[in-house]
Design a protein around this ligand. Sequence first.
Ligand SMILES: [Zn+2]
Length: 183
Amino acid sequence: MAAAFEFVVETITVDAEKIMDRRTFVKRSAGAVGILLMPRAVPAALAAERRDKLVRSNAEWKKLLTAEQYDVLREEGTERPFSSPLDHETRAGLFVCVACDLPLFPSTFKFDSGTGWPSFYDVLPGAVETKTDFKLIAPRTEYHCARCGGHHGHVFNDGPAPTGLRYCNNGVVLRFVPDRGRT
Ligand SMILES: [Zn+2]
């Protein structure tokens, strides 16, 4: 009897692991689908704002942006890790696109990923658009500002709950707007 009992316990354990794997897979798949479907899910007012694209020539952007901002936003460059003071910004407020002021991340979405770049587990609805980037061997999901098209960073599937996502953003292209009275 003891041997049979042990066998049953082992079977249950294996099944539980399979279920956990499936749950993780479903959660990650849902996250990826969420990104793809996000533009359709935004409220009408936000969608209208998002369609109001800001289009400028590269020459115009060069005049308006610093060299570092231009490199990231228009050339998809990456700032040095641990170089942005916003990596350690912990006040309540809003992170907006430095080029067009579109709000991207509330401070409540921010977490310390330890990577040296400001990191967020979610983004405001419709604030960014994504594309697959093949610059490294493994494809990555690039995201850019929905209004001005400026590159901000990449989104990965290794973030914390509740989304499991990690938006890895270049700090040099974000501007932090602290909440009034809470600075
Ligand atoms: Zn922008």
